[in-house]
Design a protein around this ligand. Structure first.
Ligand SMILES: [Zn+2]
Length: 407
C-alpha cells in the first residue's frame, strides 16, 4: 500500500496558497484570518475523508477515523501556523501527510484495530503568542489553560479572544488523552539528511535545551573625554562572552550547539560608552552532562571577562528542558517502515522543539524527518522535494498501520 503522490502534491499546493507571500513563502501567524482559512480548508478535507472532527478548548483540531474496536487512537499531528515570511513545509507537511495517510487507508478500505486520528495544534511556532507549542503544552497538562488564554500578542490581543473571533474556541476539554501512539512527520530544519543524500530521518528524541540571560553593568560615560584606562565598558565584556561561547562549543565538540541570539546595548548611541548589556545564551545537546559542563565553562568565562573589564554582572540559567527520548517501540516501527518502503534513512535527533515533545509526556511518541534543502527553514526558501516527501509519507503510512494494527 502506498500514498498518492499527485493528490498529496496538489494538497500541498492548495494549502500553501493560503497566506502565500510574493516570493513563494508563507505568512500565516496563529489565529489570524489566514490561519482560520487554512483551518477551514483542513476541516473540510477531514470531513470529506470521513473523519469525525472535534475542536478543543485550545482550538486544536482532531479528526478521528474509527477503528474496529474501542481502543485509544494512533494520532498523527503537526501544525498549520507559520512564522512571518516562513516556508510552506514546516508543520503543513506533517498535517498533509497525515491526511494523505488517512485518504490512502480509505482508498484501500483498510480497517484498523485502533482508530487513526489527525491532530492540528494551535500556535506551535510561538511567533505571535509565546511560548511556542502552547496548545500541545496545555494538552499535555504542562501549561495551565488559563495561562494560555491570558497570553497576549504584541498588540495586546488575548489568545482566547482570537480563538473566539476566528470560530475555533471549541468545547472539547484540552486535557491529556489516551493515545496508542503519537507520530509527527516534519522537515528536518537542518542539513544532515541532505548531506548524506537521505530521504528519511528516524528521530530518536529531542535534544536538551538550556537558556541563560546575562546582564552586564558597566559605567556609562562620554565616548570623548573618558580615557581608555578608566573605562568599564559592558559591551567589551559582552563581546568577550560572545566569542567565548563559540569557543566553548568548539572545545566540547560533539553535538553541542551554542548561540548568543540577542544583544541589548544601553544606551546604544554613537557617543556613549555602553553602561549596560543583556544577552541570551542558548545551548543544546542530547546529553544533560554536556550541558552541565558547558554551563560551568560559561560561568567561568563570564566571571573572567567581567573581572578583566571591571564590570558587575548577573548570570541566570533560567530555563531548561531535559532530553526527550521517543518511545523505542515507535522509533523501531518508524525504522521498520522506512526499510520496507526502501527509503534511504538514518537515525538522528531533533535540535528543534516540536509538538511531539509534549505528546511524548503523555503517549508513546515518535517523529519522521524529511530533508530541508540547504538545511534551511523559517524562511521563504524553505523547500523539500516530492522525491523525498513521498518516501517520508509512505514511511508514516506503514508506521501508522503497524501501530494501529490491521482490523
Ligand atoms: Zn514546525
Amino acid at each position: 500500500m502506498r500514498i498518492d503522490r499527485r493528490r498529496l502534491e496538489q494538497s500541498i499546493e492548495e494549502l500553501g496558497r493560503i497566506g502565500e507571500t510574493e516570493r513563494g513563502g508563507l505568512t500565516r501567524l496563529a489565529l489570524t484570518d489566514e490561519d482560520r482559512r487554512a483551518r477551514d480548508r483542513m476541516v473540510t478535507w477531514m470531513r470529506e475523508a470521513g473523519l469525525t472532527v472535534t475542536i478543543d478548548q485550545m482550538g486544536n483540531i482532531l479528526g478521528e477515523r474509527a477503528g474496529g474496536e474501542r481502543l485509544p487512537p494512533v494520532v498523527v499531528g503537526s501544525h498549520v501556523d507559520s512564522v512571518p515570511t516562513g516556508g510552506k513545509y514546516d508543520g503543513q507537511l506533517g498535517v498533509l501527510c497525515g491526511l494523505e495517510v488517512i485518504r490512502t487507508l480509505n482508498d484501500g478500505g483498510v480497517r484498523t484495530q485502533h482508530p487513526v486520528s489527525l491532530a492540528i495544534f494551535t500556535n506551535e511556532e510561538g511567533a505571535r503568542f509565546q511560548p511556542a507549542m502552547l496548545a500541545s503544552g496545555v494538552m499535555a497538562g504542562k501549561i495551565p489553560l488559563e495561562d494560555a488564554y491570558a497570553t497576549r500578542d504584541g498588540d495586546g490581543v488575548r489568545l482566547v479572544d482570537e480563538l473566539e473571533r476566528i470560530g475555533y474556541l471549541g468545547p472539547e476539554p484540552c486535557i491529556p488523552r489516551r493515545m496508542r501512539a503519537y507520530l509527527e512527520l516534519h522537515i528536518e530544519q537542518g542539513p544532515l539528511l541532505e548531506e548524506d543524500h537521505l530521504s528519511v530521518g528516524v528521530v530518536e528524541g529531542i535534544v536538551a535545551i538550556s537558556w541563560s540571560r546575562l546582564t552586564i553593568e558597566g559605567v556609562q560615560d562620554h565616548a570623548g573625554p573618558t580615557p581608555m584606562r578608566v573605562r568599564h565598558d559592558a559591551l567589551v565584556a559582552a563581546a568577550e562572552v560572545v566569542g567565548g561561547v563559540r569557543r566553548i562549543a568548539r572545545t566540547i565538540g560533539g553535538d553541542l550547539v551554542a548561540t548568543v541570539g540577542t544583544l541589548t546595548v544601553s544606551p546604544n548611541i554613537v557617543n556613549a560608552i555602553p553602561g549596560r548589556v543583556t544577552l541570551s545564551i542558548d545551548l543544546r545537546d542530547p546529553q544533560e552532562e554536556t550541558l552541565d559542563r558547558a554551563l560551568s565553562m560559561i560561568d567561568r568565562l563570564v566571571r573572567t571577562a567581567c573581572r578583566r573589564e571591571g564590570v558587575r554582572y548577573d548570570l541566570d540559567h533560567y530555563w531548561r528542558v531535559p532530553y526527550t527520548p521517543f518511545a523505542p517501540e515507535v522509533v523501531d516501527a518508524v525504522e521498520r517502515a522506512a526499510r520496507t518502503v526502501a527509503a534511504p534513512y538514518r537515525r538522528l535527533r531533533s535540535g528543534a522543539g516540536h509538538d511531539a515533545q509534549y505528546m511524548a509526556a503523555i503517549s508513546p511518541a515518535g517523529m519522521i524527518f524529511v530533508p530541508s534543502r540547504g538545511g534551511r527553514s523559517h524562511c521563504e526558501e524553505e523547500f523539500t522535494a516530492m522525491d523525498d516527501i513521498v518516501p517520508g509519507a509512505n514511511t508514516l503510512l506503514l508506521a501508522v498501520l503497524e501501530l494501529a494494527g490491521r482490523g
